[in-house]
Design a protein around this ligand. Structure first.
Ligand code: NAG
Ligand code: NAG
Ligand code: NAG
Length: 825
C-alpha cells in the first residue's frame, strides 16, 4: 500500500488566557479547525473509494502537530522524514510508508519553517492558508505550492470594494507581525493612490494576554484607546489571523462593562468590518463566560477563500462521533472541549466532567466553534489532497505507458520518489467534484479568486456567510470585483444604514488639516516680519554695526593726517569702511515681506558691496607686497606703486561681480515667490533666486576674492613693513571664509525665514569680522596711544602685536638698508 503521509497543523494553542481560564497551561483545541482534519479524511476516503483514480492503491496519512512553535515545527518535520523509533537525522530507519507529499500549514510561519526542511529534500508541500508572501517561497523552495490565491490580490479587491460603496474614510487593524507590516505597507499606498484616507491604524499584539482582569486592562487602555472606538470611519479593514477577532471582541466586552464609568467617551464599535481571507471568526468555549459575542461582527464584509459545497461532506460530518475512528487522536479532546463532557473512560477529564450522553451532535455547535458548511481552508485541503492524488495518478500513467503495462498492480512495482511528482503538480489541472477547476499558476499558487461574503449573526452566536460577490483574477484590471446587486446586504445594527459616504479630500495648497483631520486651517505665512524677534535682533545689530563703522570712518577722517592712517593707503581705507557700512545696511534688505525690488536687490547688492570690500582688502594686501618689492634696488615696480594700481584692482574686481549680477538680472532675475510645500502649516514667502547657479557664481566669486586676499596676505604677513596690515588681513580673511563656508550647509538645511536669518547672520558676522580684525588695532593706537601715532614711533617700536621694524623712512632711504618701506608721508 502506498501511503500518503500528511503533515498537518491543527493549531493547538497554549496559554491564550492564562488568568481568566482555569485550564491555564493545558493546550486548548481550536475546535473550529477540527473541520480541517475532517476535510482531509473525507478527501482521502473519497479517493480511495473512487475506482477511476488510483485504483488498487490506498492512500493514507499522518497528522503532525506544529504546536504553532518554530522549534516544534522543525522537530516534527524531521520526525516525519526520519523517525522510526530512534531519531537520526538524514537516515531513514524503518519507515515503511511511501511519502509522496505534505499538506500544510495554516499560518505563514509554520509553512515557511516546514518549507525550510522539505525544500531540501524536494518533497512537494502544499499550503492551505492564505497569507502575505513576505518571503517568496517559490524562490526559496521550488517544491512549495499553495492551494490558495495570492493574498495581495485581495488587497486590490478591498480597494475596489471601498470605491464601490464610496467609502473614502477608513480605519486599519493589523496584527503585530511581519504579515501585518506587509499588509499596512501595501494597503496604505493603494488607498492613497485611490484617494481613500485611513483615519487610524490599530496594531494588535499576536499573543494578547489579558492577565490582570478586564477592569485593570481597560483602565490601562483608557489612556490609549484603540483607534477604532473613537473613530468616525465606519469602514474598518481587519487583517491577520485570529488575534484581531479576539482582540476586537474583548475590547467590545469591556466597553459594554465600563461605559457607565466613562460616560463622556462616545465609543462605538458599530462598524462595517472588512476582513481578509485568513480571518476566521472562532472563539474558545471558555471565552464565552466573559460575554464574548459575535454580534459586533454582524454585517461584516469578508473576503474568503473560495469554497463550494461538496456533496456528501455535510452527511459525512453528521456521522462523526467519538466512536467513529480509532486512529483519530483529536476527537476525544474535540468532543470534550466542544460539549464539555467526557467521551472516553480514561483520562483526567473524566473526573471533572460528566460522561457524554451520545446525543451530542456537531450540528448543535454554534459556528464560532464548528461549522457544518465547508470552510475555505477545508476546501483548500480537500483540493490539495486531490491535487496530490491526481499528480500521482498522472505519474503512474506515464510510467505504465513506458513499460507498456496497464495494470495498477499495487505497491510492488511502485517506486515513487516525492520529487518525481513536481512536474505533474506544476501542470495540474482538473475539475473537482464541485465542478471547480483546480489549476496552479506559474508561481505554484491556485489560479483562482476570492469570494466576498456578508456575515449575518444570530443571537445564539451562530453566523452564516452569504456570498455577495467575488474577486476574479480573469477580469480586466480594476474590474476584478463584482458585487451581486440583487443580494440585499446586512449592515451592523448600530449603523442607521451605510451612511458612510463621507469623503476625504486633500486640503487646498494654502491650507492644512487640523489634528482631528476634519477641517482645513489656512496656513500662516512665513517670512521675517518686522515684529519678529529675529528681525529685531538682526536689525538692531545691523544698525549698531553701521554706527560703529561710521564712527571708525569719522575717527579716520578726523585723524587723516596721522601716520597710521596715512601708512596704509588712506583712500582704500575709506572705500573699505564705506563698503563695510553698506554691507551692514544691505542686510536690512532681507527683512520684511519679499517684494519685486528687495528680491532684485538682495543678493546682487550684497554680492557687489562685498566684492568692493574684498577687492579693496586685496588691493591693500597687494600694495604691501609691492611696497616691499619696490624698495629693492633697481626695481622698476616703483612706478606701479601708488593709488592707481590700487584703484584699478578695486575697480576691476568689482566690475566682474557687477557683470555677473547683470547677467543674472538679465537672464533669470530673482522674484517674489511662495513655497506651499516645504512646511506643513506655513506658506513660505521667499525670493525665488531665479537661477541657483548665478547665486553660487556670486558667492563663488566672493570666495575667490577672499581666498586670493587670504593667500597674498598670508605670504606677506611676515614682510617687515612699517605697519604691516597683512597679518590682520590674514586673520580677517580666515574669519570671513569660515563664516561663509559654514553658511552653505546651514543655508541649505533651513527653511523659510530661518534661511533668511542665516544669511543675515552670515553677512553681519563676516562684515563685523573684517571690521574688527582690520580696524581695532588701528583705532587702539589712534584713540588710546596717540603718542605712538607718529612716524618715529611707528618705525621704532613694537606695540602689542603690531610689529614695527626698524625701517628707515622713505626720505632717508639708503642702499644699505634693503628693508625699507614706502610710507608716502
Ligand atoms: C442559531 O439561530 C439560528 C437562527 O435562529 C438558527 O438557524 C441556527 O440553527 C441556530 N444555531 C444553533 C447552533 O443553535
Ligand atoms: C488490481 O490488482 C490486481 C492484482 O494485482 C489486478 O489483478 C487488477 O487488474 C488490478 N486492478 C486494476 C484496475 O488495475
Ligand atoms: C472542467 O469542466 C469544464 C466544464 O465545466 C470542461 O469544459 C473542462 O474540460 C473540464 N476540465 C477538465 C480538466 O476536465
Amino acid at each position: 500500500m502506498a501511503s500518503l503521509m500528511h503533515y498537518f497543523s491543527p493549531e493547538i494553542v497554549f496559554n491564550m488566557h492564562p488568568s481568566r481560564v482555569s485550564i491555564a497551561s493545558t493546550p486548548t483545541l481550536v475546535t473550529k479547525f477540527y473541520q480541517h482534519i475532517l476535510a482531509l479524511v473525507f478527501a482521502v476516503d473519497e479517493i480511495n473509494d473512487n475506482p477511476r483514480i488510483l485504483p488498487n492503491v490506498t492512500l493514507g496519512f499522518h497528522i503532525y502537530d506544529s504546536y504553532t512553535d518554530s522549534k516544534m515545527t522543525y522537530r516534527t518535520t524531521m520526525d516525519l522524514l526520519f523517525k522510526s523509533h530512534h531519531f537520526i537525522p538524514n537516515y531513514k530507519c524503518g519507515t515503511q510508508e511511501n511519502l509522496i507529499g505534505v499538506i500544510g500549514g495554516f499560518s505563514s510561519d509554520t509553512s515557511s519553517r516546514m518549507a525550510d526542511i522539505l525544500g531540501l529534500f524536494k518533497i512537494p508541500q502544499i499550503s492551505y492558508g492564505s497569507f502575505q508572501p513576505a518571503v517568496n517561497y517559490q524562490t526559496k523552495s521550488s517544491s512549495f505550492y499553495r492551494m490558495v490565491p495570492r493574498e495581495d490580490f485581495q488587497y486590490r479587491g478591498i480597494v475596489q470594494l471601498l470605491l464601490h460603496f464610496g467609502w473614502k474614510w477608513v480605519g486599519l487593524i493589523a496584527q503585530d507581525d511581519e504579515g501585518g507590516e506587509h499588509f499596512l505597507e501595501v494597503i496604505e499606498s493603494m488607498l492613497s493612490k485611490s484617494g481613500i484616507c485611513s483615519e487610524f491604524t490599530d496594531i494588535v499584539p499576536t499573543n494578547a494576554r489579558y492577565s490582570k482582569g478586564l477592569y485593570q486592562m481597560f483602565l490601562k487602555r483608557v489612556g490609549n484607546l484603540p483607534g477604532f472606538l473613537a473613530s468616525k470611519a465606519n469602514a474598518v479593514i481587519v487583517s491577520g489571523e485570529s488575534a484581531p477577532v479576539t482582540w476586537l471582541a474583548n475590547t467590545v466586552v469591556m466597553i459594554h462593562a465600563y461605559q457607565l464609568k466613562y460616560p463622556l467617551y462616545k465609543l462605538s464599535a458599530a462598524k462595517v468590518w472588512i476582513t481578509t481571507a485568513q480571518i476566521d471568526f472562532k472563539f474558545f468555549k471558555v471565552q464565552m463566560v466573559t460575554g464574548l459575542s459575535t454580534r459586533m461582527f454582524h454585517g461584516t464584509l469578508s473576503f474568503t477563500i473560495h469554497t463550494k459545497e461538496i456533496q456528501d461532506f455535510y452527511d459525512f460530518l453528521r456521522n462523526v462521533n467519538p466512536s467513529w475512528a480509532d486512529g483519530d487522536g483529536f476527537i476525544s479532546d474535540f468532543w470534550a472541549e466542544s460539549f464539555r463532557c467526557s467521551a472516553s473512560d480514561s483520562g483526567i477529564s473524566k473526573f471533572f466532567r460528566s460522561a457524554c450522553t451520545e446525543e451530542e451532535m456537531l450540528e448543535s455547535l454554534a459556528t464560532p466553534f464548528f461549522e457544518m458548511r465547508m470552510t475555505g481552508h477545508s476546501y483548500s485541503i480537500y483540493n490539495a489532497v486531490h491535487a496530490l492524488a491526481h499528480a500521482l495518478h498522472a505519474w503512474y500513467l506515464v510510467r505504465a505507458n513506458n513499460r507498456r503495462t496497464e495494470a495498477w498492480d499495487g505497491l510492488s512495482s511502485w517506486n515513487v520518489e516525492p520529487w518525481q511528482l513536481h512536474s505533474f503538480l506544476h501542470q495540474i489541472s482538473f475539475n473537482n467534484s464541485a465542478g471547480d477547476l483546480i489549476a496552479l499558476n506559474e508561481h505554484g499558487e491556485l489560479a483562482a479568486g476570492f469570494d466576498v461574503t456578508n456575515v449575518i449573526t444570530f443571537p445564539n452566536n451562530s453566523y452564516i456567510r452569504m456570498k455577495v460577490g467575488m474577486l476574479d483574477p480573469q477580469k480586466p484590471p480594476g474590474k476584478e470585483l463584482t458585487i451581486d446587486e440583487d443580494s440585499p446586504l446586512e449592515w451592523h445594527r448600530g449603523l442607521a444604514q451605510v451612511s458612510n459616504k463621507e469623503t476625504c479630500r486633500r486640503c487646498p495648497e494654502d491650507q492644512y488639516p487640523n489634528k482631528a483631520k476634519d477641517q482645513c486651517i489656512p496656513k500662516t505665512s512665513n517670512f521675517l516680519a518686522f515684529d519678529d524677534i529675529l528681525t529685531i535682533v538682526s536689525t538692531s545689530s545691523a544698525l549698531l554695526f553701521s554706527l560703529i563703522t561710521a564712527l571708525v570712518l569719522g575717527i579716520f577722517i578726523k585723524h587723516r593726517d596721522t601716520a597710521i592712517v596715512k601708512a596704509n593707503n588712506r583712500s582704500l581705507t575709506y572705500i573699505l569702511l564705506v563698503s563695510l557700512l553698506l554691507c551692514f545696511l544691505c542686510s536690512l534688505l532681507f527683512i520684511g515681506m519679499p517684494n519685486e525690488a528687495t528680491c532684485l536687490l538682495r543678493q546682487t547688492a550684497f554680492g557687489t558691496i562685498f566684492s568692493v570690500a574684498l577687492s579693496s582688502i586685496l588691493a591693500k594686501t597687494i600694495s604691501v607686497v609691492l611696497a616691499f618689492m619696490a624698495t629693492k634696488p633697481g626695481s622698476r615696480m616703483r612706478k606701479w606703486l601708488g593709488q592707481k594700481l590700487a584703484y584699478s584692482i578695486v575697480l576691476f574686481s568689482s566690475i566682474i561681480q557687477v557683470g555677473i549680477c547683470a547677467i543674472w538680472l538679465a537672464t533669470s532675475p530673482p522674484k517674489p515667490d511662495v513655497d506651499m510645500d516645504s512646511m506643513a502649516e506655513e506658506i513660505v514667502l521667499l525670493c525665488n533666486e531665479g537661477s541657483a547657479t548665478m547665486l553660487y557664481c556670486v558667492l563663488g566669486y566672493m570666495g575667490f576674492l577672499a581666498i586670493v586676499s587670504f593667500t597674498v596676505a598670508f605670504l606677506a604677513r611676515k614682510l617687515p613693513d612699517s605697519f604691516n596690515e597683512a597679518k590682520f588681513i590674514t586673520f580677517s580673511m580666515l574669519v570671513f571664509c569660515s563664516v561663509w563656508l559654514s553658511f552653505v550647509p546651514t543655508y541649505l538645511s533651513t527653511r523659510g525665514k530661518h534661511m533668511v536669518a542665516v544669511e543675515i547672520f552670515s553677512i553681519l558676522s563676516s562684515s563685523a569680522g573684517l571690521l574688527s580684525c582690520i580696524f581695532t588695532p588701528k583705532c587702539y593706537i589712534i584713540l588710546l596711544r596717540p603718542e605712538l601715532n607718529n612716524k618715529e614711533q611707528l618705525l621704532g617700536e613694537r606695540i602689542g602685536t603690531i610689529v614695527f621694524k626698524n625701517l628707515s623712512p622713505l626720505s632717508s632711504s639708503t642702499a644699505q638698508s634693503p628693508i625699507h618701506v614706502h610710507l608716502k608721508c
